[in-house]
Write a protein that binds this ligand. Structure first.
Ligand SMILES: *Cc1c(COP(=O)(O)O)cnc(C)c1O
Length: 495
């Protein structure tokens, strides 16, 4: 590519993206197409072209395909899962990062990029009230950040050389987590050879029940287990509930266990004045996982592991092969985590943290929490909606047809409502008017709104009860009139 071509292509691409951002509200949140339709648009089965092609045509083609066949999580009415809009400055950051193409595995290969990452780690820790002299690094997301902390805990507390001898080198290790913990915990126990049976689930009352934890711990000690880790959630993935983190911290201190906090979603709310006071307990954790690609609006991917004892990551990950000659004073991140070559994830976080500033982020996070609360209150006042939960910026609710109010709780009504709301979720998705996901709460299939979205306005949230009720009535009518015979596809529900 010539320099002039690069300039031309780059400008055109930036213009297309700027137009998308300016018009995003007018697009459906998702085209809700089938895999067949998307594959046909791509001509998915054609073979790799033998001859090269004109880059301008290729970029236009790629842009068209992506803009026409993508779900836009940057849409002001996207409230699904915990996926956020990308901050525009983060998009530019990734472009710049790719241009420098720093390999942030070794200081020597990425002097400024490594120092920027170290600064981002300090800033993230400061923002959530964690000691700023902690160790830490950026990873692909919450799963890898939690896994990295898990490995640091295992190396620190197993009591034998578990890195060398593996889990067979000592007593059976086990960990504690509540049933609401994200599935990273299964992956972590599986990948590290402990096996998922090493997770001793603490059930009982939600959030995590410390009396039940104590009981289970004593039983495990009697049975020859070696517990080493307690996982607390700072905002569960399903409902945003916060575990009693200060109590868990005290328990871990007393029994010399590693206290890990999964704050992938909720840890950033610790910076906000009105957040649940239990969040402050993450400040006593041995490690915390946070996800800048959630509430800090970094474009995917950006997760972050923070570890109180800055040597613990090196103790869990470093090897010194003879072919590496990186004995400089700076940090070599390949020594502190699972990756070797590493991309420059830090730049997008470094730029957006400064663009909005700490106060800007506090305000955006507070706004999301306020909107979720507002949605919950609106649902509670609406005779056709049942408000179910509200924690942090996640609200769950369900549609309840007026005539079923009086029979709520009966098995037949509950089964029907679960079916109805499941169909309603699909109808909302197919409408393209909003995107939400679901949660199952005490057997109830709930519609789940997770507001991690700096474009969502009060007006957008005000429209949600109406949307749910309008489509809920349609689905209910179709289910009761002609049960099981109609496909609630997009064309029908908008026709
Ligand atoms: C999102 C989330 C994860 C997983 O993070 P990824 O970035 O998707 O890997 C783990 N735990 C919690 C609480 C989360 O919200």
């Amino acid at each position: 590519m010539t320099d002039e071509q690069f300039r031309l292509l780059g400008h055109e691409l930036v213009d297309r993206i700027a137009s998308l951002l300016a018009s995003i509200r007018t697009h459906p949140v998702t085209p809700a197409e089938s895999p067949e339709v998307v594959r046909a648009a791509l001509a998915a089965t054609r073979v790799l072209p033998e001859e090269g092609k004109d880059p301008m045509a290729l970029l236009r083609d790629a842009t068209g395909l992506l803009l026409e066949h993508s779900l836009f999580n940057g849409h002001p009415r996207f409230y699904g899962y915990i996926t956020s809009s990308a901050a525009p400055i983060g998009m530019l950051a990734d472009f710049l990062a790719a241009a420098v193409n720093a390999n942030v595995g070794a200081w020597k290969l990425s002097p400024m990029a490594t120092e920027m990452e170290a600064q981002v780690i300090r800033w993230l820790a400061q923002f959530i009230g964690y000691p700023a002299d902690c160790g830490g690094l950026l990873l692909s997301g919450g799963n890898m950040a939690n896994l990295t902390c898990f490995l640091a805990a295992r190396a620190a507390l197993s009591g034998w050389d578990v890195r060398k001898q593996g889990v067979a080198g000592g007593p059976r290790l086990c960990v504690y987590a509540s049933a609401e913990t994200h599935t990273w915990i299964q992956k972590a126990t599986d990948l590290t050879g402990l096996g998922t049976e090493a997770i001793h689930w603490i059930d009982g009352r939600q959030p995590m029940d410390v009396d039940e934890l104590e009981r289970r711990y004593r039983q495990d000690i009697d049975q020859g287990y070696q517990p080493f880790l307690v996982v607390g959630s700072a905002g569960t993935v399903s409902t945003g509930a916060v575990d009693p983190l200060p109590e868990l911290a005290g328990f871990c201190q007393e029994h010399r266990l590693w206290f890990h906090v999964d704050g992938a979603y909720g840890a950033f709310a610790a910076a906000v004045a009105g957040a649940p006071p239990d969040l402050k307990g993450l400040q006593s954790a041995d490690s915390v996982a946070v996800d800048p690609h959630k509430w800090l609006y970094a474009p995917l991917e950006a997760g972050c592991a923070l570890v109180r004892n800055s040597a613990a990551l090196r103790d869990a990950f470093s090897y010194h092969p003879p072919y590496y000659n990186f004995d400089v004073e700076g940090v070599n991140y390949f020594d502190m985590g699972p990756q070797n070559s590493r991309g420059f994830r830090a730049l997008k976080v470094w730029l957006s943290l400064q663009h909005a500033g700490a106060s800007g982020y506090r305000e955006m996070i507070q706004d999301d929490i306020t909107l979720a609360r507002y949605l919950y209150d609106s649902a509670a006042e609406n005779p056709e909606l049942e408000a179910i939960t509200n924690h942090l910026s996640i609200t769950t609710l369900r549609y309840v047809p007026g005539e079923l109010r009086s029979s709520l709780g009966s098995q037949q009504t509950e089964d029907y409502l679960n079916h109805l709301n499941q169909r309603l979720l699909a109808a909302i998705e197919n409408s393209g008017e909003a995107f939400i996901s679901n949660a199952v709460i005490a057997g109830k299939y709930a519609l789940r709104f997770c507001i991690v979205n700096f474009r969502a306005s009060t007006g957008d949230i005000e429209a949600m009860p109406q949307l749910v009720v309008r489509l809920g009535r349609e689905v209910h009518a179709e289910l009761t009139e002609r049960p099981g015979t109609r496909d609630l596809g997009r064309k029908e529900s908008t026709a």
